[in-house]
Ligand binder design. Structure first.
Ligand SMILES: Cc1cc2nc3c(=O)[nH]c(=O)nc-3n(C[C@H](O)[C@H](O)[C@H](O)COP(=O)(O)OP(=O)(O)OC[C@H]3O[C@@H](n4cnc5c(N)ncnc54)[C@H](O)[C@@H]3O)c2cc1C
Ligand code: SF4
Length: 543
């Protein structure tokens, strides 16, 4: 493995004090719409930014187009829950199904860096079993590639973020480049409760610098990771991949909403993307196109991009686009302790267990869940307690008691189902594009996992000495919607993230995941994009 700085100098291209390298952005190369670039990427988040950086390094002419702003953390972000709503994708979307998933702050970001700008920072790997759940567990789907093919890319991205944590005993056991962070009251109680219950819990894995990394400073443990880390200690593509991409000649075109992918009916090849920037329509010509707009916006864009060849949506010959969209069931259980916990005084991601990740044949459900520390700030804490039915005086009493509570969150592996999907609604947005309709319903296995995860969290908190617990059931992490598969009848892209229908069109974001495990997805999304980049630059895949 090469030194990180030799393959990705992003952390060294930031200013020595937290801030934006304006000189780098000012000298960014730009491309004219009429110039046929090698690749145009839609969305500059986890998948899009990683692909852009890799290909720019290899000398490709790349334009990454993002609908949101090119953030300046010092100017645009605040250490305040209410003041951070502009980080979320809040454009209209319609939800439905038996168990509708609320969209917005908990689900997707907008702007250069994507959702990782306000993600928590957990970066676990998927387990090898996640790639073969259909053949081994009889549920979900098998991927067209195996864990081993992703392993080197996991290690590369872990070094580039970088990830801190204890040696990881689950899945494919591995270590991390940075040592584990010290833990706060919340993390200590999780470790103590887990030990009392005979459960193994470990510190990490988090993409938060533990010590100086390039010009990025050490975490200062103030706990505003979900509001955008102004310190630059928490990784997001805005600071981990975009600076190097620009330095190597990529253009990041912010505040530009892509409205359609154009395909030449005659050749069957993508020719570029239409976008709207500050009210002006443009068309960026490109030899190849990659869509990486997140699990809702990617299928939406494909479905909107109809043509004579694709009357039902781009790459939708087999009615696969938008299907198998997944969320993880994410119940959060809080426990009250006599002593003060002050759970907000640390990054929310600290300690996790993956002991319940795999299928346990003694249970009446398949697959499993992970458990992690979460540390709701006051507004989210008010949601947690009001969900118990508390209001008025009692809610005020619980808010005043905030200092005494610790909180754990589970990620349950909800199963992929074809009817959980994105379609187009009748409503349109400001650009005249039909908005996404997202229907979601749980299955019995999902509900059993929720119950099991909640009771383990209650046991852990009781084991640590909690005298009261309260649970709120939530969702986290949308993935799927343009999944990879062995053939066109079962998915939208192949194992290289290339669409089956259009040879020079790729999907390189979380939409391609066929299963989700009970791991947080960002690291896997980046590793898959890095692998696709390798396949393209090595010539193994020719667009
Ligand atoms: C509150 C929260 C906490 C999370 N915590 C974790 C965590 O701890 N660990 C973890 O692994 N994951 C976490 N996640 C999830 C993780 O951030 C996402 O799964 C991941 O960033 C998705 O990557 P992506 O490439 O699919 O999309 P994104 O990173 O969301 O990037 C998509 C980009 O595309 C742009 N875009 C969309 N449509 C268009 C269009 N038509 N034209 C132009 N641009 C467009 C958007 O502006 C966005 O910048 C969290 C997410 C949230 C919201
Ligand atoms: S706790 Fe650390 S990683 Fe989180 S926002 Fe503060 S400095 Fe950044």
């Amino acid at each position: 493995m090469t030194r990180v700085q030799d393959r990705n100098a992003s952390a060294w291209l930031l200013p020595p004090r937290p801030g934006t390298n304006h000189e780098l952005r000012d000298r960014m190369r730009t491309f004219a719409d009429a110039e046929e670039v090698d690749l145009v990427v839609v969305g500059c988040g986890a998948g899009g930014a990683t692909l852009t950086q890799r290909l720019a390094r290899a000398g490709w002419h790349v334009v990454a187009i993002d609908a949101g702003p090119f953030w300046d953390p010092q100017e645009d972000w605040v250490s305040d829950e209410a003041g951070s709503h502009h980080l979320y994708w809040t454009e209209p979307r319609v939800i439905g199904g038996d168990d509708p998933v609320p969209l917005g702050s908990n689900n997707s970001g907008r702007g250069v860096g994507g959702s990782m700008v306000h993600y928590a920072g957990y970066t676990p790997r998927f387990h090898p079993s996640d790639f073969t759940t259909a053949s081994v567990d009889g549920v979900g789907a098998d991927w067209p590639l195996r864990y081993e093919e992703l392993r080197p890319y996991y290690a590369d991205i872990e070094a580039e973020l970088p990830v801190a944590g204890e040696h990881w005993p689950w899945g494919d056991p591995h270590g991390y480049p940075h040592r584990p962070h010290p833990v706060s009251g919340n993390g200590e109680l999780f470790l103590r409760g887990a030990e009392a219950c005979g459960i193994t819990a470990k510190v990490g894995p988090v993409a938060i610098a533990n010590g100086r990394f390039g010009h990025r400073p050490h975490c200062i443990y103030r706990g505003f990771c979900l509001q955008g880390c102004k310190v630059d200690a928490k990784a997001s593509p805005l600071i981990t991949h975009v600076p190097d991409a620009i330095d190597r000649g990529a253009e990041i075109r912010a505040e530009s909403m892509v409205t359609r992918v154009e395909v030449d009916d005659r050749t069957g090849r993508a020719t570029g993307v239409h976008y709207v920037r500050h009210g002006r329509a443009g068309f960026q010509r490109a030899r190849a196109v990659a869509v990486a707009g997140y699990s809702i916006e990617t299928p939406r864009l494909l479905l909107v991009s109809t043509s004579r060849r694709f009357p039902d949506g781009l790459c939708n010959d087999h009615d696969q686009v938008g299907r198998y969209l997944m969320v993880q069931g994410a119940p959060q259980t809080a426990g009250r302790f006599d002593q003060e916990v002050r759970m907000w005084k640390a990054p929310p991601p600290e300690v996790s267990t993956e002991q319940f990740y795999e299928t346990d044949p003694s249970k009446d459900y398949a697959r499993g869940f992970s458990i992690q520390t979460v540390s709701p700030l006051p507004i989210t804490w008010a949601e947690h307690m009001s969900a118990q039915g508390h209001w008025g005086e009692t809610l005020r009493a619980y808010m005043s008691d905030y200092v005494h509570w610790a909180c754990l969150g589970a990620l349950c592996e909800f199963l992929p189902r074809p009817e959980n999907r994105v379609t187009l609604a009748d409503e349109t947005d400001g650009n005249g594009m039909p908005v996404a309709h997202f229907a979601y319903s749980q299955c019995d296995n999902d509900r059993k996992l929720l119950d099991a995860a909640q009771s383990v969290m209650e046991e852990i908190l009781a084991g640590a000495g909690a005298d009261e617990t309260a649970t709120i059931r939530r969702y986290a992490h949308l993935v799927g919607g343009a999944r990879m598969a062995a053939d066109a009848e079962h998915g939208v892209v192949d194992g290289d993230c290339r669409t089956f229908a259009v040879p020079n069109l790729f999907v390189t974001d979380g939409s391609v995941l066929p299963t989700q495990g009970s791991a947080n997805p960002a690291l896997t999304i980046m590793a898959l994009a890095a692998r696709t980049a390798d396949r393209l630059t090595s010539g193994a895949v020719v667009p």
